[in-house]
Design a protein around this ligand. Structure first.
Ligand code: ADP
Length: 583
């Protein structure tokens, strides 16, 4: 009765019946009330009689419990219940309307407080409607003939009310199951099963009028027991052998695209032994449910789990509409399960890679550290040997070759240690305001000998005075030193290196440009990779470890800054770094 049109037709039918009673059986008033689903009161929706009584009675509500109490003391006249006024204990206000009749003590005559009702029960014995009549036209309490005439209308009323209620319950079921489906479909992009259950649990239990639910998922090998996800509040510890029964049954049902109902009487699954059946019934008793809707979950040919919705008490039937909606939900949840699984697999892989990366960094840091001390000792001894007088030319050559090799190793070890440090997420980032102009001036000072030796022209374009960024001084020093020394290293003698600093809305932009070798497009893609050195022979001939730019990139990322570059082979290169301003 959710649709206005259906409701109007229904009320019309009841009004016709009520008029039939007044006109054909002979009463001044006939009224019909209905108890809608889940509503524990009867509402008067059709009244035949005087305008005044119609006005007072229409919409009048009486609690079902009160009517039931009243009926329990009534005289049974077939389907009719007669409560003579002397037995009536319903509050007069509850009646809604009392006829203006002269009370009489004559047992043959109708008393204004007499009640004559026909309760309408559904198949489950619930009171769903009431036909009541008042004021017989002959003013006499109805004789057997009149009662029989009235009874015919009771049958009609019963049919009309039950059919309408069934229609409306069906419509309600469709609405609820559809709502549950929509919610499940919406959450199927959620990435964890726990989250999916959390979101759709209420929609599923409300939508299916269930008291609880759980989902069993199968392991990826399809064999293990998988996880049980409960709806909140209902702890379900599913015994191992029941999980196995559930898994086999779900597979079978998925193959035939079917759901099944498990009541106190066992289902049409056909795969269970008597022992297994008993196990299920006793499990249902343990969790205090009387009916379960068992739904397989899957995607494509693969069955991935099962969903169980539980009911308790009288409402045991799962309608075909509900079963169909549940099967559709089985598909949606199946897809969600596949998504969640893929995501979980990816997350595990990322964790493993991260772990591996951590291990690699720790290994490099440890080895580098262990190599550092012997290397310092070697360099000390080389220096000592160099100062020995009267060395032959070939010995001196050997010593300087040892020194060059040891210095190269030392540079590599230093870079490896820095790389391990700047990539370590456990080292806390503690930014302070750092004057980038001062850092650049210091770097240029340190590189002065190289710059002069190569006769490089250095242009610095920066605003006057300090320019503060938020960062770590040692890291920023490393960034500037690497970029400027690369520009100097990869620019032929007589070229130009330009360093510019500019303030932007939230950042400071550092640009280091050169008129050097440039970088080929093929090399550009790999520039920030660890140990990458150019494929350009002119660049490889120069000393380097291939770690400088990797370190620069990590430091910039640690500062939540950005780095980019542009380069043309044979023309020059520009690196641009943005760092957060400190104001
Ligand atoms: P390294 O300089 O120690 O080789 P980097 O990581 O600093 O290592 O640089 C990686 C590679 O990028 C270098 O080998 C070089 O080929 C190229 N490169 C870096 N900066 C420049 C530049 N300013 N001009 C040309 N090539 C450059």
């Amino acid at each position: 009765m959710t649709e206005p049109h259906t409701e109007a037709v229904f009320v019309d039918t009841l009004n016709n019946i009520a008029s039939g009673v007044t006109d054909l059986v002979g009463f001044e008033v006939a009224a019909i009330s209905v108890a809608r689903d889940d509503d524990r009161s009867l509402e008067m929706i059709a009244v035949a009689g005087s305008d005044e009584c119609r006005e007072q009675l229409l919409g009048h509500r009486t609690p079902v419990a009160e009517i039931e109490r009243e009926i329990s003391t009534a005289e049974h006249w077939g389907d009719l219940r007669f409560v003579p006024h002397e037995r009536m204990d319903l509050d007069i206000d509850r009646l809604g309307w009392v006829p203006d009749l002269e009370p009489t003590d004559d047992p043959e005559m109708w008393h204004p407080l007499d009640l004559l009702l026909a309760p309408i029960y559904d198949d489950e014995g619930r009171l769903r409607g009431l036909l009541s009549v008042d004021v017989p036209l002959d003013r006499r309490r109805p004789n057997p003939q009149k009662r029989q005439d009235l009874q015919r209308f009771v049958q009609q009323t019963r049919r009309a009310i039950l059919a309408a209620l069934e229609r409306s319950e069906l419509a309600e079921q469709v609405r609820l199951a559809d709502a549950a489906r929509m919610i499940v479909r919406e959450v199927s992009s959620e990435l964890s099963m726990d989250r999916i259950i959390e979101v759709c649990q209420e929609a599923l239990t409300v939508g299916f009028k269930a008291v609880g639910m759980w989902i069993q998922t199968f392991d990826e090998d399809g064999e293990g027991s998988g996880a049980i996800y409960n709806s909140a509040g209902a702890e379900i510890a599913l015994p191992e052998d029941l999980r196995i029964i559930a898994r086999n049954s779900a597979r079978m049902l998925w193959r035939t695209q079917d759901v099944t109902v498990l009541n106190d009487t066992i289902p049409e699954l056909g795969v269970m032994t008597v022992d297994q059946e008993q196990e299920i019934t006793s499990f249902m008793k343990t969790i205090d449910v009387t009916s379960m809707l068992f739904v397989p979950l899957g995607a494509g040919p693969e069955c991935l789990g099962n969903l169980v919705l539980t009911r308790r008490g009288g409402n045991l039937d799962w309608s075909p509409i509900e079963k169909q909606a549940a099967m559709d939900i089985g598909h949606d949840l199946g897809r969600a399960l596949i998504n969640a699984r893929t995501f979980e697999r990816e997350r595990r892989l990322v964790d493993e890679l991260r772990e591996l990366d951590g291990y690699k960094s720790r290994l490099i840091a440890t080895i580098s550290h262990e190599l550092k001390n012997p290397l310092t000792s070697i360099l000390g001894h080389v220096e000592m040997l160099e100062s020995v007088p009267d060395l032959t030319g070939s010995v001196r050559n050997s010593i300087s070759s040892m020194e060059r090799g040891a210095v190269r190793m030392q540079r590599l070890i230093d870079d490896l240690l820095v790389l391990a440090r700047v990539g370590d997420p456990h080292i806390e980032f503690k930014p302070v305001p750092v004057d980038l102009s001062a850092v650049i001036a210091e770097v240029l000072d340190l590189l002065r000998v190289t710059l002069e030796r190569k006769e490089l022209k250095v242009i610095v374009e920066a605003p006057q005075g300090p320019l503060f960024v938020l960062g770590e001084e040692s890291g920023l020093d490393r960034v500037c030193a690497n970029l400027i020394s690369n520009a100097a290293k990869y620019t032929p003698d007589g070229g130009t290196v330009t360093i510019s600093l500019e303030t932007r809305a939230k950042d400071v932009e550092l640009r280091v440009s050169d008129t050097g070798l440039g970088i080929s497009e093929g090399d550009q893609a790999q520039l920030f990779q660890e140990f990458f050195r150019s494929t350009n022979p002119a660049a490889v001939a120069l000393p380097g470890t291939g770690l400088g730019l990797t370190i620069v990139q990590r430091i910039v990322e640690r500062h939540r800054g950005r780095i980019s570059f542009g380069s043309t082979l044979g023309v020059g290169t520009t690196f641009t770094v943005s760092l957060p301003r400190a104001d």
